[in-house]
Design a protein around this ligand. Structure first.
Ligand code: FMN
Length: 328
């Protein structure tokens, strides 16, 4: 995919979905694709593991077909490994590659990867430059406002990353302390969006079409990126797109939610096998029914589920009574 096309679609559609480790796996990306988002990114994959052809990593990179463009997100700090991995990703047919400079998992930070790269601007730029020189697909970067509150450098770093070849920058508007409760640093995000000529994608706290609209308005960003908002709610894709286009969006019925959830369960169990698939779905199914009464009971019952049939039996117990969804 040419950088100019990537930029055009991003600016037109104004929507990019988050990579979510453990969630935006192949089975869920298949579900997301049905809702026709412009772009779908894999969860983060380790660059070294890509280069070494690690079986599990290759499985994580399985590409989903659909009308969207496919991106893969790389984690790592060695510019040469990152470049080699990006080339492999390009050869696999991915349309763009995203570089993770925002992950706050302790194991990742201790290796100097993820958000740690924000502390080493020279290395961060070298990675982007080396990857940029190695591939023909667009290279994007996802970062935060800074490594921590004491080192907020997103404005200077994003300018340098743009000069190093980044086609777009995603900013999760928080520092690396990993507290979702902390407010977004709107000022820093807006400053970056107004100074960069490449598109800026604004991320953090987008849970609805209105949130996405507000995000664009407040930040002046090219696109909005929902993260946790896509979990159990692929309908957020048409909701946001309708909000932007002015079309009417109709929220899903309970039956529609159950059907897509059932398809997700099927995809997961087909991909990982029933045993692991059911374990995985234990922490996903209830996300589809977040507005359901007695959700706590559903959550605890689902932790006992051992088979697909067990999960289906629980779904059967979610009913609509006088317009309210209830787990009985
Ligand atoms: C479970 C989970 C997994 C995540 N995995 C990744 C990842 O693989 N790569 C990444 O760049 N960010 C990852 N993130 C961060 C999100 O992409 C996003 O930046 C963050 O959740 C803020 O957006 P939100 O407030 O809309 O959720 C993850 C977040 C969560 C909650």
């Amino acid at each position: 995919m040419k950088k100019s096309l990537f930029t055009k679609i991003l600016r037109e559609k104004k929507l990019m979905l988050s990579p979510l480790s453990g969630y935006t796996d192949y089975p869920y990306r298949q579900i997301l694709a049905k809702f026709e988002p412009p772009f779908i990114t894999t969860e983060m994959v380790n660059a070294r593991a890509v280069v070494e052809g690690n079986q599990r990593t290759v499985q994580m990179l399985k590409k989903v077909t659909g009308s969207h463009f496919n991106g893969a997100q790389l984690l790592g700090k060695d510019p040469n490994f990152m470049a080699k991995a990006a080339k492999i990703i390009e050869n696999m047919g991915f349309d763009y590659v995203d570089i993770n400079m925002g992950c706050t998992v302790r194991k990742v930070i201790s290796k100097g990867e993820g958000v740690s790269l924000m502390k080493d601007e020279m290395l961060a730029c070298k990675i982007v430059k080396t990857v940029f020189n190695a591939v023909d697909i667009p290279v994007t970067v996802k970062l935060r406002t800074g490594f921590c509150q004491q080192s907020i450098n997103v404005i200077s770093l994003s300018q340098k990353l743009a000069c190093s070849g980044a086609a777009a920058i995603t900013i999760h508007g928080r520092t690396g302390e990993k507290k979702f409760g902390n407010p977004l640093n709107i000022h820093q995000m807006r400053e970056v969006a107004s100074t960069l000529s490449i598109p800026v994608i604004a991320n953090g706290g987008v849970f609805s079409g209105i949130d996405a609209q507000n995000m664009l308005f407040q930040i002046g960003a090219a696109a909005a990126m929902p993260g946790r908002g896509i979990l159990g709610n692929p309908w957020i894709i048409p909701e946001i797109l309708c909000n932007f286009s002015g079309d009417i969006f109709t929220f899903p019925t309970l039956q529609e939610k159950k059907d897509i959830c059932a398809e997700h369960i099927h995809n997961v169990c087909e991909f990982y096998g029933e045993k692991f698939g059911v374990l995985k779905m234990r922490r996903i199914v209830f996300l589809y029914f977040s507005s359901c009464r007695y959700l706590k009971s559903l959550k605890s019952d689902i932790h006992m589920a051992e088979t697909i049939d067990n999960i289906h039996a629980l779904l059967h117990k979610i009913k609509e009574v006088d317009g309210v969804w209830i787990y009985e």
